[in-house]
Design a protein around this ligand. Structure first.
Ligand code: SAM
Length: 281
């Protein structure tokens, strides 16, 4: 199937490729076999994205970290609504296999959802929403009768500094209670991505940087930070021992040395916030 995405939409091919590389490695960290199978059906030159072995390990660890939060939330709230924002072609729903009382929405831009619907068969309890998450009206379509989990991996940095907080305020206003988990890049990291192959090739531009996850408590009244991990620190405890020596050393430097440096340790965060009366914290 020919892929003709451009800009921010096209960037979804990088994490997809990374998860497929992980699945095909001798000892996968995430083991997303759906990603590997999807790759075979797509007519696209993945070599242009600049995704290598180390990048693939990073993406697999990040996805695994997000998956753990989703599983924990659904274990505590078996009857819940999940908004998977900027879902791209991620098979998180397949990996998690949520229970029958979970309503799961895959949300992305119309061209992405159109491709996604051609690749994924319909599943009970799963719906797609073809919309820009910056559209202030779409959350009104989602019922508010269950606790909500908003999960957004690799999305916030594509929004503008006004759009991001406005989107988050929209969820806090619409849903009585829930949690949000998403990653952010620091401002300097957003600026420094311009020369990267992924952005040169796709033409996508990152815009919104967040230096300190607590900033969002001020900008989005009602949001309470539960935890924030440095993007590097998420790899801690992962079993990297089977990786080739050079790659292992590089990842060790990333995870154990860089995360201790005051500036680089804050390249980005994966943060979890709670909101609403019930306070799922
Ligand atoms: C780097 S990809 C990440 C995809 C997916 N979360 C993953 O990890 O594989 C960024 C995704 O954000 C989506 N995106 C960017 N801006 C968006 C917007 N305003 N509304 C909806 N989706 C958006 C893109 O279409 C793309 O699917």
């Amino acid at each position: 199937m020919k892929v003709s995405l451009t800009g921010a939409a096209e960037t979804l091919l990088a994490p997809l490729y990374a998860r497929a590389l992980d699945a095909r490695s001798p000892r996968p960290l995430l083991g997303d076999t759906t990603a590997a199978a999807l790759l075979d059906t797509l007519d696209y030159d993945f070599s242009r994205l600049g995704m290598g072995e180390a990048g693939a390990v990073g993406v697999a660890l990040r996805a695994r970290y997000f998956d753990r939060h989703v599983r924990d939330f659904l274990a505590a709230h078996p009857s819940a609504t999940v908004l998977h924002l900027g879902c791209g072609l991620d098979s998180r729903g397949e990996r998690i296999a949520p229970g029958p009382d979970v309503r799961w929405y895959e949300v992305d831009q119309p061209d992405v959802i159109e491709l996604r619907e051609r690749l994924y068969p319909p599943r009970p309890g799963h719906e797609t929403v073809a919309v820009s998450v910056t559209d202030p009206d779409w959350p009104a379509r989602i019922p508010t009768d269950r606790p909500v989990l908003v999960v957004a991996e690799g999305l916030t940095m594509y929004l503008s500094a006004d759009e991001g907080p406005r989107m988050l305020r929209g969820f806090v206003d619409h849903f009585p209670s829930g949690e949000m988990v998403f990653d952010t890049y620091a401002r300097f990291a957003v600026r420094s991505t311009r020369s990267m192959a992924l952005f040169r090739q796709t033409g996508a531009r990152l815009a919104w940087g967040v230096d300190d996850p607590r900033e969002l408590e001020r900008r989005v009244p009602g949001l309470r930070l539960i935890e924030a991990a440095s993007a590097y620190a998420t790899a801690k405890g992962a079993d990297l021992s089977h990786l080739p020596t050079a790659l292992r050393i590089r990842l060790r430097i990333d995870t154990e040395v860089l995360s201790r440096l005051p500036l680089l340790g804050r390249i980005g965060h994966i943060s979890r916030y709670g909101f609403g009366k019930e306070g799922h914290v």
